[in-house]
Design a protein around this ligand. Structure first.
Ligand code: G3H
Length: 526
């Protein structure tokens, strides 16, 4: 076992006992949830206890909801009626405080979810950038709205307004970035929020509690810790949530949605599972395709919704592609997140290696083989990625979103085979298309853009850059996220209309002159 560098070691467990409700950092004296890392610090393998968080109960969930409802105050609240400039000031104060917590948050990302150092740093920095970009985009949105229109004798001042109370639930694979990519736009548009971190990647939120508390008015951000069933379900059952913002899987999303009694009240902003295919055509640049399929299927051990989860390779180049690909899989480095060059890292879910093994066993039983030498080798907290071929539709690894290190491969001779599979699939997020012949690529681009929401030419699938739309069809998403689109997803167009007559004109002029309404304003923020 390599020694853990001093700066990344955890000297004593972080016993986090606070949660944030109604602007107060409360101390929890009840039951707590242990946070254990699958990274071992002992010669003989043993998970490492790194801290604990409160295990709140239903009463605290209702308290959080009441605080968020109170802060929204039927639309009268300080936050939803605040001037755009002031909301931006709160956000700027928050992000400046958050930036001071980079080291501890990055360290906890590594320990809690096993993400390697470079990617953990990237997650933090990308999130900070996302917040700054959101502020800029919001200013632009506001500038675009700083005017009156007139049609058919009716003046209109049209803006985007908040929706109400947002319940925000993020995933464990991007516990900071994806959660904040929901929370930040929801907040800046004037909504009030309840945020419950994911099961893994929860301690890393605790160093930010103070920044939230100090930067936003009471009740605008409420952060609770504990189990989804205990906290999120009762909140949904009240019917008082206006937006469910969730990145995770469709089963848990549907279970929560079903509990909300007023389906038309509930807006959904969901990023769900996917089974993004890579399709390697006979004329593909093989080295490039291998390189991109490695990063696409194995970055963060395949635990990305955008990961390549199945590879279709044309019969003509199958053997050559697989020969290079199998070697490349076995050449990757496994190590702890801070180890130099560690690409494959410990899996945060203790039962994940076993689940992946079950997928492998099922595939082997139904006729697939493991093509790479190391495929399926077990470590205490890992299972080496197995390249499975030939994979058929009756196999679990074909049907399930593996969200981990195993790579199913299917060969095809007719391009209609992968097209039919994509059309039949429950998912529709992205595809990676590898080829160089424009005549062949053109019709495929035209088809694939109708089946998924992003066609990646000769590159792996990914969400970023975050200014681009991130969405999906079918069970893969609802609503669109991007710096700009998220502001739209968490708001609604709302406006003041007035018929053109002398009395109304006088009122409008006075409203503009006196600047008492925060909604009616033609001021520009630069
Ligand atoms: O888990 C899904 C993430 O949105 C993927 O983001 O493509 O930047 O890794 P990424």
């Amino acid at each position: 076992m390599k020694p853990i560098p001093e700066i990344y070691s955890i000297s004593s467990p972080l016993e986090a006992d606070q949660y944030l409700i109604d602007g107060v950092l409360k101390t929890w004296k009840g039951k707590t949830v242990e946070v254990n890392s699958t990274i071992s610090v002992t010669e003989e393998y043993k998970p490492t206890y790194i801290g604990s968080v409160p295990e709140l109960e239903e009463a605290q969930a209702h308290e959080a909801l009441d605080a968020a409802l109170g802060a929204y105050d039927k639309g009268k609240g300080l936050w939803p009626t605040m001037r755009v400039r002031e909301r931006i000031e709160c956000m700027e104060s928050f992000i400046q405080k958050m930036e001071t917590k980079r080291d501890i948050v990055v360290k906890l990302i590594m320990w809690e979810i096993g993400k390697n150092l470079a990617d953990a740093e990237k997650e933090f920095d990308r999130t900070v950038k996302y917040v700054y970009d959101t502020i800029e985009d919001y200013k632009q949105l506001d500038r675009n709205a700083a005017k009156f229109e007139k049609h058919e004798g009716v003046y209109a001042h049209i803006r985007r307004g908040p929706l109400g109370v947002v319940l925000c639930l993020g995933p464990y694979n991007y516990p900071l970035n994806e959660t904040f990519a929901l929370l930040i736009p929801a907040l800046i548009m004037g909504n009030t929020t309840i945020f419950k971190p994911a099961k893994f990647g929860v301690l890393l939120i605790t160093p930010l509690l103070e920044a939230f508390q100090e930067s936003f008015p009471a009740g605008v951000v409420n952060i609770i810790f504990g189990r989804g069933r205990v906290l999120a379900s009762p909140i949904m059952q009240t019917g008082k949530i206006d937006v469910l913002a969730l990145i995770g899987n469709s089963k848990s999303a549907n279970a929560l949605i079903d509990q909300h009694p007023k389906s038309n009240r509930l807006r959904l902003v969901l990023g769900l599972e996917a089974k993004n295919p890579a399709i390697v055509l006979p004329d593909a640049d093989l080295d490039l395709a291998v390189k991109e399929c490695i990063s696409g299927s194995l970055s963060f051990n395949g635990q990305r919704c955008t990961a390549l989860k199945i590879i279709y390779v044309h019969e003509e180049i199958k053997d050559e592609f697989l020969q290079h690909f199998n070697k490349a899989v076995d050449n990757q480095n496994f190590g702890n997140p801070w180890d130099e060059g560690a690409f494959l890292t410990p899996l945060p879910e203790p039962d994940k290696p076993q689940y992946i093994q079950e997928l492998i066993d099922d595939a082997l039983e139904k006729g697939a083989k493991i093509l790479n030498k190391k495929g399926g080798q077990h470590f205490e907290n890992y299972i080496w990625p197995a390249v499975l071929y030939p994979v058929t539709k009756d196999m679990r690894v074909y049907q399930e979103e593996q969200f981990g290190p195993v790579i199913p491969v299917v060969s095809f001779s007719d391009i209609d085979e992968p097209i039919d599979d994509m059309a039949d699939s429950n998912y529709g997020q992205q595809v990676s298309l590898f080829g160089t012949n424009v005549e062949k690529l053109s019709p495929l681009i035209d088809t694939f853009t109708n089946l998924v929401c992003r066609v990646n030419l000769n590159s792996s699938c990914q969400r970023g850059p975050d200014v681009y739309p991130f969405t999906g069809r079918k069970d893969s998403a609802k609503s669109t996220l991007s710096v700009h689109d998220a502001l739209r997803s968490f708001s609604i167009r709302t406006f003041v209309a007035s018929k053109d007559n002398p009395q109304n004109l006088e009122i409008l002029e006075q409203l503009l002159e006196k600047k008492q309404s925060k909604f009616i304003s033609t001021d520009y923020i630069l």
